[in-house]
Design a protein around this ligand. Structure first.
Ligand code: MSP
Length: 646
């Protein structure tokens, strides 16, 4: 199949996986985070015309499940069947997880794969029998060396570990130490983001041991094919799901088109399994390694990982009932830069709904449709390139380029930010071009052009949001008079909306959440607000949503120097929790550079970069001034860099 473009019939299938979930507990919104992200990526690749295999599933064996089932007094199979049904439907269904295959490790197709892999590795000497003595964390199903324990507890989850001394089969990880180390260093994309790659390299440098991969006392598992008194260690079993689903033993032709996986999306605590143990298993089996393992951060509550054992979980079904699927998906993918940890709070979710979805997007659609009705009889007018003061074709092209670039880096939040950049331009177009004024002045060409631009801009937004949101893109298109869903990313191009299309204004896209501490403008019912927005009067007061447009963040000054030839300016290098930025600031008369290094400041992080004295300044610092006095604003006590200021 060499030379065939990706996505062509018979070409490489774009293969993405989530971890397979332990069905021992109810899944929470932290689990949904991985799966929603994978779903958005799968939908994006489909929209690009690629054939996609998106696999998720459940990891059903092991001691933890066995004990849970015993506690409930049911056989393990009954126990897992019950929970799996609740994960697949309704949770994944309601979140719109468009998986192509849902794999359960108790399925026959998988049991065959695990036993065959075990047998082959044993026959070739990569598995041998010995004794294991050491610590085991049952909830995480993980073996730990004494030296890795923290206060005698599991270093990952902080729960007690058990001393295990038993006969075991071992997998010769040590034989492949150099090979995996070299693979990681030679393929910078293999582990992403880069911080996780560095962690894994140090992990390998600190020494690998052969891995115990069977347990004699655990009956709930896949029996070792030639020694049924042992069951296969749950991670050795679970990782193989990725090749089972690709058709390793069942369907060689499909396997050839599907494997290697393009992306294993996993939480950061299981990167080790996916970038050391799993690749070594594949090497030993003579199979190619996945192209990329991306380790995303955690969803935190009060700065700790959301997890059942900590009792701080948020039930996704309750959120879906209250806020709807699009709001939940949008929040998960927008709020946290993908790769970093991020906090969940209901307040932040409501803000995203009220500001981004209701105000920025929903209102824009509503205002556009109201104006189309008022000034064009509810019919999309023609576009006159010579009357376009906004350069919309260019703005759209730039947006799409930013969006695609972000999607390729899995920067889902940046991709959404790019879409909202376009939304902002469209909102601003209404202020700048003022259709009411154009109508009064009889400037028909300009009026038609703005109206067309707004409508077609929104159509492009609907295409770009198709991977992320399930309902809004279709609802937007319905109202714009194009009932078909977006069929391809190629439709994200300016000018494809046919003049003459009849619009169909409908329900407000995202009603505001009123009972919020986010302080909706007094009396701000959706109807009133829509009216107010449709006829903007300049006022000196601003709404809370305007305040929240400012992305204020804590950052630490890491370096400072004077800007030669400019007696007011200092050039600062700050770290905003994610990256370094250069800021040029007019505070030289008030601070010596060395006084600022190590201090925390408040950064306007979403200020458009500007070139000052030839230096690109990416943001500004907040400082207060009165007369001759000036003081840089700093948090009263230290905060993590990147902390939001609001
Ligand atoms: N069964 C193993 C995976 C085996 S893959 C061959 C497992 N399951 S899990 O149910 O514990 O976790 C599944 C995924 O959910 C992991 O990627 C994990 O990181 C993710 N999350 C669980 N809690 C999370 C948060 N609070 N935040 C983000 N992701 C979290 O591990």
């Amino acid at each position: 199949m060499a030379g065939q473009p990706e996505g062509a019939p018979g070409g490489k299938v774009w293969y993405i996986t989530t971890p397979i979930y332990y069905p021992s507990d109810k899944l929470h919104i932290g689990h949904a985070y991985t799966t929603v992200a994978a779903d958005a990526l799968a939908r994006y690749h489909r929209l690009q015309g690629q054939e996609v295999l998106f696999v998720t599933g459940t990891d059903e064996h092991g001691q933890k499940i066995q004990r849970r089932a015993e506690a409930e007094g049911v056989p393990p199979q009954v126990f897992v069947d019950r929970i799996v049904a609740a994960i697949r439907d309704p949770l994944w269904q309601r979140l719109g997880i468009s998986y192509d295959d849902f794999i359960r490790t108790t399925e026959e197709r998988h049991v065959r794969v695990v036993q065959e892999a075990f047998r082959r590795l044993y026959d070739q000497g990569d598995i041998y029998k010995g004794h294991y003595e050491g610590w085991y964390c049952v909830p995480d199903e993980t073996f730990w060396r004494e030296s890795k324990l923290v206060d005698g507890k599991c270093p990952d989850c902080g729960r007690p570990v058990e001393w295990v001394r038993e006969e075991s089969y071992f997998f010769r990880l040590t034989r492949y130490r150099d090979a995996i180390y070299q693979h990681i260093t030679a393929h910078p994309d293999f582990i992403q983001p880069p911080s996780r790659r560095n962690e894994m390299l140090s992990f390998i440098e600190s020494g690998l041991e052969d891995l115990s991969i069977s347990r004699p006392g655990v009956s709930w598992g896949i029996p070792v094919p030639f020694d049924p008194s042992h069951t296969v260690y749950v991670w050795f079993d679970a990782l193989l799901n990725y090749i089972t689903a690709a058709g390793w033993l069942d369907d060689p032709a499909r396997f050839a088109r599907t494997w290697p996986a393009d992306l294993h999306l996993v939480g950061k605590e299981i990167v080790r399994f996916h970038t050391v143990i799993w690749p070594v298993m594949l090497m030993a089996l003579g199979l190619p390694l996945p192209r990329q393992v991306f380790g995303h951060g955690w969803l935190l509550i009060d700065n700790t990982k959301m997890s059942k054992s900590r009792g701080n979980v948020v039930d996704p079904l309750a959120l879906l009932d209250r806020y709807g699927v699009d709001a939940v998906r949008y929040f998960l993918l927008r709020e946290v830069p993908f790769g970093s940890d991020g906090s969940y709070t209901e307040e932040a979710l409501i803000l995203r709904i009220n500001v981004d979805l209701a105000n920025d997007l929903g209102n824009l659609l509503n205002r556009t449709l109201v104006m189309l009705e008022r000034f064009a009889g509810g019919v999309i007018p023609p576009y006159h390139p010579e009357a376009d003061r906004l350069g919309l074709p260019g703005v759209v092209a730039e947006t799409v380029a930013r969006y695609q670039e972000a999607m390729e880096r899995l920067a889902l939040s940046d991709a959404l930010a790019a879409v909202w950049g376009l939304v902002r331009v469209l909102n601003k177009a209404i202020e700048d071009e003022s259709p009411w004024t154009l109508a009064r002045a009889g400037e028909q060409g300009r009026l038609e052009t703005v109206l067309y631009g707004l409508a077609d801009g929104l159509r492009v937004v609907s295409v770009l949001l198709t991977p992320f949101l399930l309902e809004a893109p279709g609802a937007m298109r319905e109202q714009l008079g194009i009932p078909e869903p977006a069929g391809s990313l190629a439709e994200a191009r300016f000018g494809l909306l046919a003049p003459g299309t009849r619009t169909r204004r409908g329900k407000v896209l995202f009603p505001r959440i009123e009972e919020t501490r986010a302080a909706a403008p007094a009396g701000g019912t959706p109807g009133k607000e829509a009216k107010q927005m449709a006829d903007p009067a300049a006022t000196s007061e601003i709404g809370i949503e305007d305040v929240h447009r400012l992305d204020l963040r804590v950052a630490t000054v890491e370096a400072a120097e004077v800007v030669e030839g400019a007696d007011r300016l200092l050039k600062l290098t700050v770290h905003d929790g994610e990256r370094h930025r250069t800021i040029v600031s007019g505070i030289r008369a008030h601070y010596r550079p060395e006084d600022l290094v190590g201090r925390q400041v408040v950064l306007v992080a979403n200020l458009k970069p500007a070139r000052i004295r030839g230096i690109l300044s990416e943001g500004m610092l907040l400082a207060g001034s009165a007369g001759d006095q000036l003081a840089v604003v700093t948090p009263l006590s230290p905060l993590p860099d990147g902390a939001r200021v609001k």
